[in-house]
Every structure is written in structure tokens, then in C-alpha cells.
Design a protein around this ligand. Structure first.
Ligand SMILES: Nc1ncnc2c1ncn2[C@@H]1O[C@H](COP(=O)(O)OP(=O)(O)O)[C@@H](O)[C@H]1O
Ligand SMILES: [Mg+2]
Length: 238
């Protein structure tokens, strides 16, 4: 479904992403695991066409990005690392705005918004301003906002960062439900337990490189990210 070939991103003197090559299969949950600064967000931004790679190529369903931007964008949904709502709009208005950006017709917008609010149990706060919501509610809204146009691939950049364990589990259940609906999911995290709970396969990133890529059960079982890094790199990674 997605193939990366030698993908690099250089910002001035920083090699944020340093030659990633792997494929992500249809229907899988693929994790990019790594510490802060490992290059996860930069990778997600390249995969969602927000940044152009300095070198290398990315293919979606066998098609290169160049010349296929509109088709590829229609496949993608993005849940960004940082909340970027208009906090002075209501829950419903935020979704309405997004639905319009995706050119959904009026009757489709209404039905889709109702369905999504029900899916994440936010119907009761549909008239509330986003600034009034709890952290967990905002995350759930961010996720359904990305689903408005029924993307086939959903990217989630640190979907549970700064959430308490109970709320985190609720987001995990939501992600599992999306997988069961057949959506291909690419998520980043710096929590090894999150990768273990959700991902079929995981790429561990360190300084923009893949230091390991395997089925989650082969890679993460019973280890912390710190231990795993020590094992893989034989040194402290700071
Ligand atoms: N726009 C940018 N300009 C310069 N450096 C950047 C930019 N974006 C990210 N970086 C650097 O690239 C590296 C990887 O960042 P990022 O992809 O955000 O990592 P992660 O999401 O894994 O925490 C870091 O060293 C970061 O400081
Ligand atoms: Mg990041």
C-alpha cells in the first residue's frame, strides 16, 4: 500500500530522516517507535505530503507522489501530533468545516458527522466549544475529524501523548476498531506498550534511521524502549 525507498529529509545541518526504506501493507497497523527527535513526525509529514523528501521516493498503491497528489490525498487522513482545532468553534462546527474542505455534500455532511460523533461518543457535546472539552475528548474529536472523508489510510502522530492511562486505553480501543473496519493505520509513539498493544509491525527509529523492523511480538515483548535501544545500538542513545 505504501512504499518508501531511501527517503531522506535534511533541515540545514540536521538529518531528520536518513534513508528509510520499507513497505506498509494494506490493513496493517504499522508503528514508528522512537524517542523525541528520532524523526517520526518528519516521516509522517512526508507520508502525508506536507513535506517533500530531500531524497528518495514514496509510492502509494504503486504510484509515485508526483503527479498523483490529489488521488493520494484522498486516500489519507491525518491526526497531527499537536491539536490544531479552531477552539472557538463548536465540536459540530469543526467537523462541518472539515467536511466542507473535503467537498462533502450537505446531506452527506450531516449523516457523516452524526455517525462519527456517535462512534466516539461525543454526541452530547456536539454544541460545546472545543476549548471546553477534556484532553481525551479533544483527541477523539481530532481522530474523527481525520475520518470525515473515509480515508483508506489513517496516520496518527503520538495519538495518546499526555493522556492518562484510562483515556489512553479508550483511544487504543478506537484504533483497534478502525483496524477492524479495514483501515490501514500508521502511528508514531514513544511508548513501547502502545506499540505492543496496537501494532502488527514496528520500525524503531533512531536519529532518522531504522534500527529495527519486525513483527511487534518479535521486537518489543517485555522490554522497555530504553532496553531495546541499548540492545540494538550497544550504546546509550541520549
Ligand atoms: N522544520 C524543521 N527545521 C529544522 N529542524 C527540524 C524541523 N523539523 C524537525 N527538525 C529536527 O529534525 C529532528 C527530528 O524531528 P521530528 O521528526 O519532529 O522527531 P520526532 O517526531 O521523532 O520527535 C529533530 O532533531 C528536530 O529538531
Ligand atoms: Mg513528533
Amino acid at each position: 500500500m505504501i512504499e518508501l525507498r531511501g527517503v531522506e529529509k535534511i533541515f540545514g545541518a540536521v538529518r531528520a530522516v536518513d534513508g528509510l526504506s520499507f513497505t506498509i501493507a494494506r490493513g496493517e497497523v504499522f508503528g514508528l517507535l522512537g524517542k523525541n527527535g528520532a524523526g517520526k513526525t518528519t516521516t509522517i509529514k512526508m507520508l502525508t505530503l506536507q513535506l517533500k523528501p530531500t531524497a528518495g521516493e514514496i509510492f502509494f498503491e504503486g504510484k509515485p507522489i508526483r503527479g498523483n497528489e490529489i488521488f493520494i490525498k484522498s486516500l489519507l487522513g491525518l491526526v497531527p501530533q499537536h491539536l490544531n482545532f479552531d477552539q472557538d468553534l463548536t465540536v459540530e462546527e469543526n467537523l462541518e468545516l472539515h467536511a466542507r474542505l473535503h467537498h462533502l455534500k450537505k446531506f452527506e455532511r450531516r449523516a457523516r458527522i452524526d455517525e462519527l460523533l456517535k462512534f466516539v461518543e461525543l454526541e452530547k457535546v456536539r454544541k460545546a466549544f472545543v476549548r471546553e472539552l477534556s484532553g481525551g475528548m479533544k483527541r477523539r474529536l481530532l481522530i474523527v475529524r481525520a475520518l470525515i472523508h473515509r480515508p483508506k489510510i489513517l496516520f496518527l502522530d503520538e495519538p495518546t501523548v499526555a493522556l492518562d492511562p484510562q483515556v489512553r486505553r479508550r483511544i487504543w480501543a478506537l484504533i483497534k476498531n478502525l483496524k477492524a473496519q479495514g483501515i490501514t493505520i500508521v502511528l508514531t509513539t514513544h511508548y513501547i506498550e502502545e506499540a505492543e498493544a496496537l501494532c502488527d509491525r514496528v520500525a524503531i527509529l533512531n536519529r532518522g534511521r531504522t534500527v529495527a523492523l519486525d513483527a511487534t511480538k518479535n521486537l518489543c515483548a517485555g522490554k522497555s524502549l530504553e532496553e531495546k535501544f541499548l540492545e540494538l545500538t550497544g550504546a546509550s542513545v541520549g
